[in-house]
Every structure is written in structure tokens, then in C-alpha cells.
Design a protein around this ligand. Structure first.
Ligand SMILES: C[S@@+](CC[C@H](N)C(=O)[O-])C[C@H]1O[C@@H](n2cnc3c(N)ncnc32)[C@H](O)[C@@H]1O
Length: 211
């Protein structure tokens, strides 16, 4: 009965995504994170790592376009936005979004990020996931290694006071990653969105206000 309830909830997110034109139901994880932590506040330059099929890019574009008029004041503001998505898999084009089909850990990708954003990134998103083999511990460690690769990108490219969202898998070494991130951000939160499957050990680390 309980399982049926959970399955029903997941189906609801899937149907909602289809109805609202999102490419995946993961869109609601990011919307949930935004509602809770306001990560898109004054964000104009955004990088999305592990972006296929592109629902987070769709969400990012919506908030960023709103920001162009929402924050027209004397504080930090831009009259344009830049969004880049990176994935090893192909992503169907989205207007005004620069998509790169490559492994995010390649040095040439770092060069591309640097030349596109010039260290002015407001927000880095990562829903990147390793291919699970089914062994919880191995998967956890492999995912954390990917998170450390992403942290290197964050350290190099995210601007002062910038925000980040990184997907990790819970497990014995999770706390070490959190400690590492606490050194970089003034505030660190961990959060499991309502649309994230309960049986999955995924958890999002949200770093706010880069030091
Ligand atoms: C859960 S999906 C992302 C879904 C996406 N946020 C969306 O809403 O459409 C995870 C993605 O991470 C990508 N990925 C994992 N490791 C990667 C790497 N080293 N470089 C680039 N992409 C990677 C996978 O190819 C996969 O498409």
C-alpha cells in the first residue's frame, strides 16, 4: 500500500513534467531547491553540469529570464544571461543555451568554462550522476569522486558570493565532502527534495555565498 502511494507520487511528477513541457521530472527537484533556498536570486551566469536531457536547463532559463527584469536596481544586475550545459550525452538544443557534449572532467572543458564565463559564474548546478553498478558503497564512492571533480570546477570558476547545488549519494564518506564544502561556502545545507525517490540515497548539497 505504502509502495503504491510512493509510486503514485512519482507518476504524478512524471505526468506533471509532461504537461508542463519539462524534459524530465527532475525539474521539480530544482524548483523545490529554489523554493527553499532561493539559489537563483540575482543569478545571470549559470553552469549546469550533467545536464541531459535538459530539464534543469529549462528551469534555469525560466528563473534567469525573470531575473533580467526582477532585479533592475542599483545592486548587482545584468542585462543579459549566459547559461552553459555540459553532458557526455547529447542534449537537444535549447534557444540561447550553450550546450557542450563532453566529459566534464576533461581539462579542455575547464578551458571552455573559463573562456565563456571569465570567472563571473553566479551559480553552478550539478545533477551529474555516475552510472550505478548496484553496489551501494562503490556507487557512493564513485559519485563522491565525481563531486570532488565538480568542486574543483566550483573553486576555479564560481564568483565570490556565488551559490552551488551538487548531487551526492549518502554513505560513510558523505560527511568528508560536506566538511570540504564548508571551507568554501559560508552556508552549507543538505536537502532531499520531495520528488526524489525515497529509496534512492541521493542527496543535494547546497553551498550558499562562496567565501
Ligand atoms: C540525472 S541526469 C541529469 C538530469 C538533468 N538534471 C535534467 O534535469 O535533465 C545525470 C547526467 O549526468 C551525466 N554525467 C555523469 N557523469 C558525467 C561526466 N563526467 N561528464 C558529463 N556528464 C556526466 C550523465 O550523462 C547524465 O546525463
Amino acid at each position: 500500500m505504502v509502495n503504491k502511494k510512493k509510486q503514485h507520487k512519482q507518476e504524478q511528477f512524471y505526468k506533471q513534467a509532461k504537461k508542463e513541457g519539462y524534459r524530465a521530472r527532475s525539474a521539480y527537484k530544482l524548483i523545490d531547491i529554489q523554493n527553499r533556498f532561493n539559489i537563483f536570486k540575482r543569478s545571470f551566469y549559470i553552469l549546469d553540469l550533467g545536464c541531459a536531457p535538459g530539464s534543469w536547463l529549462q528551469v534555469a532559463k525560466k528563473y534567469t529570464e525573470d531575473n533580467l527584469t526582477k532585479y533592475e536596481d542599483q545592486f548587482y544586475h545584468r542585462d543579459h544571461y549566459k547559461i552553459m550545459g555540459i553532458d557526455v550525452n547529447k542534449v537537444s538544443p535549447i534557444e540561447n543555451i550553450y550546450i557542450i557534449q563532453k566529459d566534464l572532467t576533461l581539462p579542455e572543458v575547464q578551458e571552455q568554462i573559463e573562456s565563456y564565463f571569465q570567472n563571473k559564474l553566479d551559480l553552478i548546478l550539478s545533477d551529474a550522476s555516475i552510472k550505478k553498478i548496484g553496489n551501494k558503497f562503490t556507487d557512493h564512492i564513485k559519485q563522491l569522486n565525481l563531486c570532488y571533480d565538480i568542486l574543483r570546477i566550483v573553486k576555479k570558476n564560481l564568483k565570490y558570493k556565488g551559490n552551488v547545488v551538487i548531487k551526492a549519494f549518502q554513505g560513510s564518506d558523505f560527511e568528508k565532502l560536506a566538511i570540504e564544502m564548508k571551507k568554501i561556502f559560508r552556508f552549507l545545507k543538505s536537502y532531499k527534495p520531495a520528488s526524489s525517490k525515497k529509496k534512492s540515497n541521493e542527496i543535494f548539497l547546497i553551498g550558499l555565498h562562496k567565501k
